[in-house]
Design a protein around this ligand. Structure first.
Ligand SMILES: Cc1ncc(COP(=O)(O)O)c(C=O)c1O
Length: 623
């Protein structure tokens, strides 16, 4: 009898563990299906593959003929490159001198300088087309460098500049006046803090507010609170979305360690909804609404502009519908829905993306422009989620501090910003906002098309990106022609242009004229020579072949790279080779483990997929 019971118990146990492992397998498969097929959708593999990418650069001859252009085109390019270089050297002499000196000391400058264009071209570009890092003033829609050159500002100061620099100067000046008596006292609040909280609660439709020093910190706090209240471990972010540089929200390339409690899922995908429905460990979902411009891809930057696959398909209704579905699943599963509006907040509408798409989140982060020109991060949320302690467990708290949180000067500039948002002149700027910017973009696109230039623009309201209509390996050069026309671009070049809303029609027309003039100059320079055999696919394949060759033959790569510093010894080179072969095996195993082999083939059958591409089968097979 006892034996029978024991036998039945054992069967039961086996059955239970089988059921559990089947459920685990099913959940794992669901997760796998919800990953985007690009490397951006597989952060761990991406980090690993990134570590295999060898350094190499083109010598001068190859620099101008990477696309096998004929000699006369190469000569044309070379001459125009030197003409633009000469122009930069003369026109920006003082600014460039200062930049060169400071770059020795400022690591950020070294980094941005190194990653303005695809790395194969970087050395010559850095030598001949340096970009000044210093400005002395701003006024209206322009900024002025140390040599007195004025530029139309298309950087938008990372998105901070929504209403024009003069607006923020006023916010800061008036704000400082109002808190001067208190000065930089921290810990206790200036009364303006309470006013800010009331205004933010109204604008966001939330119950409470917390103040932080940057957007990154506001996001950190949102995720921490979500984990605290749900008692679940994982955050979900969508493939390609940026949420600041904190490790958990940046699990891929750029973060030296893996983020173990982050799921990166496909944006706008039923498979992702299934994961949200099926798993019990998901605390929150982070949405960065700017991803509507390029779902599942990272923000476009010219450092990766190796071909012309950059695309924007903006479907507002479809994205709003997606957000509604997300909202419904999160509500059903008790998952906290976080809108990260650090970038788009106040830009798309006074009530931000929540208003723009008609969907309410549980927590919303703001930053950038909200600080009235000073650094800030803000979290607004529902009461039960904002609470940082439990009434019944005094030691179970959710800690969040920051020395400079609620700094009186920042709070005062923010207060000016929030007050002025209600002024008719500022409120009026939101009237027909999308129509205005859509019309401007459409008119420019018509002009570019009519002139036969291979450039088009795409926009989400005042956030623009430049796309290229014909395959070319040289689109990254366009940023230097735009700068030569007096347009200030940020580090990502033509990937993102951000307009402030104080651009008048005349200002805008001046910018449009310069964009066309820059494109015409670039065409005259021969950079858009059309290789009848080239496609985006062949360009990518060429680069992949180059990388593999350099990876497999580090000695040759070393000879070509001609880098006296950091030159590896032969022994080190041999070791690299052995490591490389081992690494390839690991990549292969990893890829199989992550169930993406079949997606790899799909990827190469559809090479125009946005996002970083996974390596091809030959490479994965270690051949
Ligand atoms: C959507 C989003 N979240 C968070 C951040 C990080 O903000 P900060 O740079 O202020 O830390 C950014 C910055 O660009 C952002 O665009």
């Amino acid at each position: 009898m006892e034996a029978a019971i024991t036998g039945a118990g054992a069967y039961g146990l086996v059955a239970m563990s089988l059921a559990a492992s089947t459920a685990g397998l099913k959940a794992r498969l669901e997760l796998s299906k919800a990953k985007h097929r690009s490397l951006a959708g597989h952060p761990r593999i991406a980090r690993f593959v990134a570590s295999l990418v060898p350094f190499y650069q083109y010598d001068e001859a190859r620099f101008f003929s990477a696309d096998e252009a004929p000699d006369e085109v190469v000569a044309q390019r070379r001459a125009d490159f030197m003409r633009v270089s000469d122009l930069y050297r003369k026109r920006y002499a003082g600014t460039l001198q200062r930049t060169a000196e400071a770059t020795e000391l400022i690591s950020d400058l070294q980094f941005t300088e190194a990653y303005r264009v695809p790395f194969q071209f970087s050395r010559l570009v850095r030598r001949h087309l340096p970009v000044g890092a210093f400005l002395k003033s701003s006024c209206g829609v322009t900024t002025t460098d140390l040599d007195g050159n004025a530029f139309y500002d298309l950087t938008g100061s990372y998105g901070v500049n929504l209403f024009g620099y003069d607006f923020y100067k006023e916010c800061i000046d008036r704000g400082i006046e109002r808190v001067r008596a208190l000065g930089p006292v921290l810990g206790s609040y200036h009364p303006l803090v309470a006013d800010n909280a009331e205004r933010l609660v109204r604008l966001s439709g939330m119950d409470e507010v917390s103040f932080h020093m940057s957007g990154t910190e506001a996001v950190m706090q949102a995720v921490r609170l979500a984990r605290y209240h749900t008692r679940r471990s994982h955050l979900v972010r969508f493939c390609g979305a940026y949420h600041g540089w904190w490790g958990d929200v940046q699990p891929g390339v750029g973060n030296p360690v893996a983020a173990h409690e982050t799921y990166t899922l496909k944006d706008m995908s039923e498979a992702s909804l299934r994961v949200l429905r099926g798993r019990r460990d998901i605390a929150c979902v982070l949405v960065n609404p700017v991803q509507i411009m390029h779902p599942n891809s990272t923000a476009p930057a010219d450092s990766t502009l190796v071909d012309s696959t950059r695309q924007v398909h903006l479907e507002r209704a479809a994205y709003a519908d997606w957000l509604k579905q997300l909202r419904a699943v999160c509500t059903e599963r008790g998952i906290v829905l976080i809108f990260d509006e650090v970038f788009v907040g106040f830009r798309l509408a006074p009530g931000g993306a929540q208003d723009y798409f008609g969907v309410r989140a549980d927590l919303v982060t703001y930053g950038k422009t909200l600080g009235g020109g000073l650094p800030v991060g803000v979290l607004c949320g529902r009461k039960h989620l904002m609470k940082r302690f439990r009434e019944d467990r005094p030691a179970d708290i959710c800690f969040a501090r920051g020395t400079f949180n609620s700094h009186p000067y920042v709070m005062a500039a923010m207060n000016e910003f929030l007050r002025r948002l209600e002024e008719p002149a500022i409120a009026g700027l939101y009237r027909d906002l999308d129509e205005i910017w859509d019309c401007r973009a459409a008119a420019l696109n018509r002009r570019l098309r009519d002139t036969g230039l291979p450039v088009q623009v795409a926009n989400l309201s005042s956030i623009w990106t430049i796309c290229y209509t014909r395959p070319s390996a040289y689109n990254w050069m366009f940023q230097y022609y735009l700068r030569a026309e007096g347009l200030a671009l940020s580090w990502v070049g033509t990937g993102r242009l951000i307009f402030s809303l104080n651009y008048t029609e005349a200002d805008y027309q001046a910018v449009a004229d310069r964009i066309v003039a820059a494109a015409e100059a670039m065409r005259r320079g021969g950079w858009w020579w059309e290789n009848p055999l080239a496609s985006n696919r062949t360009i990518k394949r060429r680069i992949l072949r180059e990388m593999i060759a350099h990876r497999l033959s580090p000695q040759r790569a070393r000879r070509q790279a001609k880098r006296p510093a950091f030159t590896p010894s032969v022994a080190v080179a041999q070791r690299h080779r052995v490591l490389h072969i081992a690494a390839q095996q690991i990549v292969r195993r990893l890829v199989i483990k992550f169930d993406v082999v079949e997606r790899v083939s799909e990827d190469f059958e559809r090479p125009n997929q946005s996002g970083l591409q996974v390596p091809d089968k030959e490479q994965l097979n270690g051949s």
